[in-house]
Design a protein around this ligand. Sequence first.
Ligand SMILES: [Cu+2]
Length: 138
Amino acid sequence: MKKPPYLAWSTADVNRLRIMTIALGIGTATGGLAMSLSSATQILMENGSPYYIPATATMASDTPIRWDNPTPTHHTVTHSDCMKEDRPCLFDSGAVAPGGHFTVPGLPVGRYPYHCGIHPIMRGQLVVTDDPSTPSQL
Ligand SMILES: [Cu+2]
């Protein structure tokens, strides 16, 4: 039996919404994102050392990570492998404006050094574990 056309439309719309939600979650630098941030690891950008607070953040693999920029300066959150041609670039915020933020929905287990593409002295590190007892922030 052939599917009624409205079912096909409905599926396409749901898929399109999912894709848009994922794109927003990765790329947005403004508020209004319908994602639960209560369980997100939050990292603050700073103009002075240690630049990202905490400089090393540890979280479980399904935990969203959010960087907030309370400084008067643009900054980026750029996975350091983005500088290497033979390694996958897992996240790069682009310029995050003052008052803005950048969210990554969650990363596979591993260590992820990152830096600010505008101020390369700014460096931080994510440690993603599969230990469920890991607190969302250290
Ligand atoms: Cu910066």
